[in-house]
Design a protein. Structure first.
Length: 120
């Protein structure tokens, strides 16, 4: 048997990639918004505590920076996952659009397209 031959599994054995339910997707984005709103509130509280000048300023600055770092890291990781999902969906819908355009293109469009290519 040829060692260079690649075996491919049958399509029914491949995992199905499903689109996210639009309501679920909306809840994801809404929850990320709420999370960021919470981070903003936390950062604002550290600033208010600093203005009250009761606690050590250097500790409050350090905690503020840690919270800001956590916010940034969280957003980076979570939005990267969403970006990958959105990119796959964009490609999928792009293929569907092209398929639809081919299906509903009138025969006259194809003739016009050939003429414009040859005249260019």
């Amino acid at each position: 048997m040829d060692d260079n031959h690649v075996k491919r599994s049958i399509p029914s054995a491949q995992p199905k990639r499903r689109r996210l339910n639009p309501r679920f997707k909306h809840r994801l984005y809404e929850t990320l918004y709420d999370l960021n709103r919470g981070f903003a509130l936390t950062l604002e509280c550290f600033e208010r505590l600093e203005r009250l000048a009761f606690f050590r300023r250097d500790y409050l600055r350090a905690f503020h920076n840690m919270a800001d770092e956590l916010r940034a890291r969280t957003n980076y990781e979570l939005t990267e996952t969403l970006r990958d999902r959105e990119q796959r969906e964009s490609a999928q819908f792009g293929r569907l659009r092209v398929k639809w355009e081919r299906r509903f293109r009138s025969p006259g469009d194809a003739v016009f397209k050939r003429r414009s290519k040859t005249s260019a």
